[in-house]
Design a protein around this ligand. Structure first.
Ligand code: FES
Length: 132
């Protein structure tokens, strides 16, 4: 009887421990096709959504493609690409990010989130995090 009591308590303890400390999983990522290189206008942005619905600005300069979240890191307003000034601008509190997404002016505490870009035979793919 004592043995079964101890085993049942240990089993219950293991379940409680597992509940309190769930295993950490690394988020899965997937390369998603967004456009053909020739369909991306020079120095302008094309906005696509990532797998979680976050709008992403894809900007082409020659063969260089940048993909940045358009969600401002201050309070979450939408930033817009201003190709003539080579910057992202947030109209809510005049936040300014350079073309790499780094904060130049205003209250945003950190750069815009970036997406890895891969070009394969003239096709542009972004690496996106899978929804949980
Ligand atoms: Fe963008 Fe405040 S929300 S600067």
């Amino acid at each position: 009887m004592w043995v079964s009591l101890i085993v049942s308590h240990l089993t219950a303890g293991a379940f409680v421990l597992r509940f309190l400390t769930p295993p950490r999983r690394r988020p899965a990522h997937r390369a998603v096709y967004v456009a053909r290189l020739e369909d991306l206008p020079e120095s302008e942005s094309v906005v696509v959504e990532d797998l979680r619905g976050v709008p992403v600005a894809v900007v082409r300069e020659g063969t260089t493609i940048r993909a940045l979240s358009t969600v401002c890191t201050h309070l979450g307003c939408r930033v817009r690409w201003e190709g003539n000034k080579q910057r992202f601008f947030c109209p809510c509190h005049d936040g300014i990010f350079d073309r790499e997404g780094r904060v130049v002016a205003g209250p945003p505490p950190r750069p815009l989130d970036r997406y890895e870009v891969r070009i394969d035979k003239d096709l542009v793919f972004l690496t996106m995090e899978e929804p949980a």
